[in-house]
Design a protein around this ligand. Structure first.
Ligand code: HEM
Length: 434
């Protein structure tokens, strides 16, 4: 095993980590040179920000790794069995089925929906000296994903219910993970049951939309059409309505908060770096949506923002069999924690890692080392299926936002709130119409 903490030290650290997960991990990474072991009795854990080790787990020997029960069973109780919450044969079958619908060419067909949603949203964007843009980005990301899934009007109260459910269920699962000693209390106090009821309500809303769509016999050119039209390779059958419901819930949850966080942090970084903001404006005036999506300056700005504030700041895998990497060997059942946040700010791979510099992602400045030390969308077979969609919506939004509005910093500095994703507590900016 890599060097690390004894059983007692690990217990103390777990307590510290509840209070400050990122700070505690950064401290340990510094002490143990990027990879360390945590000993929690029967559970063996290794945390790493070594890009080679991450590559080994996600790509080179990916067959030996599954997602942990936290990501599959604990989230799956509320979200069902979809791409994000399954492993093995079932995951592979679903991935093969859904992947073609997220191909760049298919996403191109959604640009018009994205652009219409962005324009409508910006028409009513509030201006003033103290605007918290985080809840606004949360709302926008939800509107984009829901409009792309269902290109029809969904009643506002249903949208609200779905959005609240997604937020609350993540908060609850994180609470369970961080305070496992209280799990008995969550059960008897009825909190688990309340979340299961919310989940059943969310599923009912989605199931109704699916059934209405099937009865309408119309085409809407959205992600729901794609899910309903896809057929399994082996038997040519479509998914059951329950499976479509699971996958829709997963797409809503996976594609909502991650994007909202990335956009909110990007606006904060640009507001606090007027030079970079002006350069971006000068390089993106008058672009069409297709040009936005391929624009190097927009893409690099968003990538640099996700380097500093990766929405998916951490993930995990469980070793199915004994494995080894370099001089380490570890038994089956070991949990490997991949600490992307730490890697993205590691001095060994990034020059002046604390500095916001979109130019480092320009093609002319990229080298192999950097591309191997950057995992905003994960890697390997479980790479984010929505990465092209996410980059499209974010570039289209960012271009419109910076040309329609001036953004300036205020005295409030956002704090990181690392839950399932890396949320800011708030992003308070001054927003002025251009
Ligand atoms: C900035 C936005 C986004 C970020 C940073 C992000 C990041 C990620 C990461 C890191 C993973 C892999 C997790 C792991 O390996 O454990 C992932 C998986 C996934 N993402 Fe995204 N994502 C984003 C947007 C989206 C969008 C817009 C969608 C869909 C509309 C989406 C759907 C998914 C799904 C379904 C998976 C599971 C894929 C699988 O396991 O086969 N994501 N995402």
């Amino acid at each position: 095993m890599p060097p690390g903490y004894t059983f007692l030290q690990s217990l103390v650290r777990t307590y510290k980590q509840v209070k400050d997960p990122i700070g505690t991990m950064e401290e340990s990474m510094e002490r143990f040179d990027g990879t360390y072991a945590v000993n929690l009795g029967l559970t063996r854990m290794i945390a790493t920000q070594d890009p080679g080790f991450i590559d080994h787990v996600l790509r080179v020997n990916h067959k030996n790794y599954h997602k942990s029960p936290i990501q599959t069973e604990q989230l799956g109780r509320f979200l069902g069995k979809g791409l994000l919450t399954s492993n093995g044969e079932y995951w592979l079958k679903q991935r093969r089925l859904i992947q073609p619908g997220f191909h760049v060419d298919k996403i191109h067909g959604l640009y018009a929906i994205i652009k219409k949603t962005v324009d409508g949203f910006l028409d009513h964007f509030p201006t003033g000296k103290q605007i918290d843009v985080y809840p606004l980005m949360y709302k926008l990301a939800f509107e984009i994903v829901i409009n792309s899934l269902f290109n029809v009007r969904i009643p506002i109260e249903h949208q609200q219910q779905l959005s609240n459910f997604i937020r609350e269920v993540q908060e609850f699962v994180i609470k369970e993970v961080r305070q496992p000693h209280k799990n008995w209390w969550f059960k008897i106090s009825g909190e688990v049951r309340r979340n299961l009821i919310k989940s059943a309500n969310a599923r009912r809303i989605i199931l109704n939309i699916i059934q209405e769509r099937k009865e309408s016999h119309q085409k809407f050119n959205d992600l729901l059409d794609m899910l309903l039209e896809s057929r399994y390779e082996d038997n040519g059958e479509p998914m059951h309505d329950d499976q479509v419901t699971d996958e829709i819930l997963i797409l809503l949850i996976a594609g909502h908060e991650t994007t909202a966080n990335a956009l909110a942090w990007t606006l904060y970084l640009l507001a606090t770096h007027p030079k970079e903001l002006n350069t971006l404006r000068s390089m993106t005036a008058g672009l069409t949506v297709t040009e936005c999506v391929s624009n190097e300056a927009l893409n690099s700005t968003i990538r640099e923002s996700m380097r500093l504030y990766p929405p998916a700041w951490i993930t995990d895998r469980v070793a199915l069999e004994d494995d080894e990497y370099k001089s380490f060997s570890f038994p089956k059942g070991s949990i490997i924690i991949l600490f992307y946040y730490g890697l993205h700010r590691d001095k060994r791979y990034w020059r002046q890692p604390e500095v916001f510099s979109p130019e480092r992602f320009y093609k002319k400045n990229l080298d192999k080392l950097k591309t191997k030390a950057f995992y905003p969308f994960g890697a390997g077979p479980r790479l984010c299926i929505g990465n092209n969609f996410a980059m499209a919506e974010m570039t289209i939004f960012l271009q419109s936002m910076i040309h329609r509005f001036e953004i300036k910093p205020t005295e409030t500095t956002p704090r990181m709130n690392p839950l399932v994703t890396l949320r800011p507590d708030s992003i308070i900016l001054t927003v002025i119409k251009n």
